[in-house]
Design a protein around this ligand. Structure first.
Ligand code: GLU
Length: 577
C-alpha cells in the first residue's frame, strides 16, 4: 500500500509542477502523465551530493565539488545559477538562511542573510492613507516592499570562513549561462505566463518578451547579459559589488520610483551586515535537529518537532491515519505559537526557551486529543504581551542541500519572497518583496504591537527553516528543507518525520503527500481515501485549496555514502559522485 500511495501522490503533484498553470493550487482531479516518475530525481553517491531545485544548479554544484571546492563554494555557485534560471524563487536581490555543519569540529552554525527594512521605515510602512493595511499585492508591487538584500553578503561571509576555491571563479558558470543563454524550464515558463501580478509588471514583461512579442516559453534560449555584468562586479568586489557602487545606485533608484516609493538609501545598503550564530539545536527522537534562530522558521519547526516527540508518531507510518492526525495537531499548535510570538529578536522578546521547554511542550502535546477542536497559542515562560499576527506569505523560494568531500554540509533556503519578488528588476535580477513578510498591520485593535510589525532596520519574520540533523555525538545524519511560504513548517516537519521516524528514503520522504494544518484549514495533496475519511471523522476535512507547493530537497547518510531526493512537485534533482 505504501508504494501505491507514494506513486499516486508524486504523479499528480508532478503534473501540477509541469503545467505551472496555477502554481497556487494542485487540482486533486488532475490526470497525471505516465512519465511522472519520482525516481529520476534521486541519487546515490559515495563522496559528495547536491540536491537543488533546477538541474543546471545541481550540475553546477557537483562541478564545483569535483574541482575540489567546499560545500560553501558550491553554495555560492548554485545561488548564482538559481538567480538566473529560477528567478521566480531566489537571487542576488533576495535573502537567505543557511545552516552549516563543519565536519572537523562538528559545529553547526546558522548564517542569517535576511533582508532588513530601511532605517526610514516605520511600523506604518504598509498602511494606506486610510490607516488600513494595503491590499497585499499593492504592497508587494510598491517600492516599499524591498528590503536590503542579504543572500550575497551572507555567502560572502561564509566563503571567507569556509571557501576553498577563489570567490571570483564561483560565478563563472552562471556568467557563461547568462551571456550564452540558458534553456527556459517548464516551471519558469509557467511562472512567466502565470496570474501572479509580478509576472505582468513592466520589468518582468520586458525581460520575458521575445523580439517577436511572444513570451519566452519552455525550451527557448534566454540570455541575460545584464546579469552577467552584475556577476562580474560581485566576482570582483564581493558583496560590495552589489551593496555599493553602480548596482546599489540602481537598486535605490528603482525602489524610489512609484507606486509607493521606498525610503531605502545607499547608506541602508552599505550598512548591511549578515550575522551568524550557533544554530538552534533540539532533540527529536534519537537525533538532534539544528535550524536557524528567530526570526526564521526554526523555532516554529522545533515547536512542532518537540510536540511530536511526546507522541508515538515514529512507531506509526505514512499509511496510518492516526499518525497524520498527530502530525496535523502538532502543526496547528506550533503555528499558533509561532504566529503569536516570533519576530526579530533584535527588536522583540521571542520566548524561545519557554516555547521549547520540555514541560511546556508536554502541556501542548496533551492538547492533541482524539478530535480536532479549536487551537490557540499557549502562554510559555517569558511570554511577552503581543497582538495577533496578520502576516501573509505567498511563495517564491528555493532550497538546496550540499555535502562536500570532507563531509561539510550546507542546508540553505533562499528567497526573493513572492514569485519574481516585487516584479521590479535592476541589472538583470529581481528585487525582493521580503518586507511584506512583516505583519502589514502593526497592532491589534486595542493597540498592542504585533511581534512581527515593521520597524527601521528590522528583519521580517520568516518561515524558512533549513535543517541539519546530527547524532547526539555530532555526526551528520541528514539535511533537508523546503520553500512554501508559511507551509514550510509543515513541509519540513513531514520530511523530518518521514526520514527520522519512518526511516523512508529521501526520495520517498519528499514525495509523500503534504498536509498543511493551520488553524481550521487542512490544505493537502491527495491522500488515499481511507486516510481522508479517518481524518474527517476526527474533524479534519482535507481540502486541495492550499498555498505554494513544496520544493523539498534532502540528503541522508546511507551505505557509506549519501542518498539524495528532490521534490517531484518542482524541477529539482539530486546528483553526486
Ligand atoms: N518569504 C518567505 C519566508 O521568508 C518564504 C516564501 C516562500 O517560501 O515562498 O519565510
Amino acid at each position: 500500500m505504501r508504494r501505491l500511495f507514494l506513486l499516486a501522490g508524486a504523479a499528480s503533484l508532478a503534473f501540477a509542477a509541469v503545467t505551472g498553470a496555477n502554481p497556487a493550487v494542485s487540482p486533486a482531479s488532475a490526470k497525471a502523465p505516465a512519465a511522472a516518475s519520482a525516481e529520476k530525481q534521486s541519487g546515490f553517491a559515495r563522496h559528495v551530493m547536491v540536491a537543488a531545485a533546477n538541474p543546471l544548479a545541481t550540475q553546477t554544484g557537483v562541478d564545483v565539488l569535483r574541482k575540489g571546492g567546499s560545500a560553501i563554494d558550491a553554495a555560492v555557485a548554485i545561488q548564482a545559477v538559481l538567480g538566473l534560471v529560477e528567478p521566480q524563487s531566489s537571487g542576488l536581490g533576495g535573502g537567505s538562511f543557511m545552516i552549516y555543519y563543519d565536519a572537523k569540529t562538528h559545529k553547526v552554525t546558522a548564517y542569517d542573510g535576511r533582508e532588513k527594512a530601511p532605517m526610514g521605515a516605520t511600523n506604518r510602512l504598509f498602511l494606506g492613507e486610510d490607516g488600513k493595511p494595503l491590499p497585499f499585492f499593492e504592497a508587494v508591487l510598491g517600492g516599499i516592499s524591498t528590503g536590503v538584500p542579504g543572500a550575497v553578503a551572507m555567502l560572502d561571509m561564509a566563503h571567507h570562513e569556509h571557501g576553498k576555491l577563489p570567490w571570483a571563479d564561483l560565478f563563472k558558470p552562471a556568467e557563461k549561462l547568462a551571456s550564452e543563454g540558458f534553456i527556459v524550464s517548464p516551471r519558469l515558463a509557467g511562472m512567466i505566463t502565470s496570474k501572479a501580478p509580478q509576472a505582468k509588471a513592466p520589468d518582468a514583461v520586458r525581460y520575458f518578451t521575445k523580439p517577436d512579442g511572444m513570451p519566452y516559453t519552455t525550451g527557448d534560449l534566454l540570455k541575460n547579459p545584464a546579469y552577467a555584468r552584475t556577476l562580474q562586479l560581485i566576482a570582483k568586489y564581493g558583496a560590495s559589488g552589489l551593496l555599493t557602487g553602480p548596482i546599489a545606485q540602481d537598486i535605490v533608484g528603482r525602489v524610489h520610483e512609484g507606486p509607493r516609493p521606498s525610503t531605502l538609501t545607499l547608506a541602508d545598503l552599505a550598512a548591511y551586515r549578515p550575522t551568524k550564530q550557533e544554530a538552534l539545536c533540539k532533540p527529536f527522537l534519537t537525533y538532534v535537529v539544528c535550524t536557524p534562530q528567530a526570526p526564521s522558521g526554526g523555532p516554529g519547526l522545533q515547536i512542532a518537532l518537540g510536540i511530536l516527540n511526546q507522541t508515538d508518531i515514529a512507531k506509526r507510518g505514512p499509511d496510518d491515519a492516526k499518525a497524520w492526525f498527530e502530525f496535523a495537531q502538532a502543526s496547528r499548535l506550533a503555528y499558533a505559537d509561532r504566529d503569536r510570538y516570533v519576530g526579530d529578536p533584535a527588536f522583540v522578546k521571542v520566548p524561545v526557551a519557554g516555547l521549547l521547554d520540555p514541560a511546556y511542550l508536554k502541556e501542548r502535546a496533551a492538547l492533541i486529543g482524539e478530535k480536532a477542536g479549536p487551537v490557540t497559542f499557549g502562554i510559555p515562560e517569558g511570554a511577552p504581551e503581543v497582538g495577533p499576527d496578520k502576516t501573509a506569505e505567498p511563495g517564491g523560494t528555493s532550497h538546496f542541500v550540499i555535502v562536500d568531500a570532507q563531509g561539510n554540509v550546507v542546508s540553505m533556503t533562499t528567497t526573493v519572497e513572492s514569485i519574481f519578488g516585487s516584479g521590479r528588476m535592476v541589472d538583470g535580477f529581481f528585487l525582493n518583496n521580503q518586507l511584506t513578510d512583516f505583519s502589514l498591520s502593526p497592532t491589534d485593535s486595542d493597540g498592542t504591537p504585533a511581534a512581527n510589525a515593521p520597524g527601521p532596520g528590522k528583519r521580517p519574520r520568516s518561515s524558512m527553516a533549513p535543517a541539519i540533523v546530527l547524532t547526539p555525538g555530532g555526526k551528520f545524519v541528514a539535511a533537508a528543507g523546503s520553500p512554501g511560504g508559511s507551509a514550510i513548517q509543515a513541509y519540513n516537519l513531514k520530511v523530518l518525520v518521514a526520514l527520522l521516524g519512518w526511516k523512508m528514503s529521501p526520495q520517498d520522504a519528499v514525495s509523500l503527500p503534504n498536509l498543511v494544518a493551520k488553524g481550521d484549514n487542512y490544505g493537502a495533496d491527495p491522500f488515499p481515501e481511507p486516510i481522508m475519511q479517518a481524518l474527517a471523522e476526527r474533524g479534519m476535512t482535507l481540502s486541495t485549496a492550499r498555498g505554494e507547493n513544496s520544493g523539498l530537497q534532502a540528503i541522508v547518510v546511507k551505505n557509506g555514502g549519501y542518498e539524495g531526493g528532490a521534490d517531484p512537485r518542482r524541477e529539482g534533482t539530486a546528483r553526486g559522485f
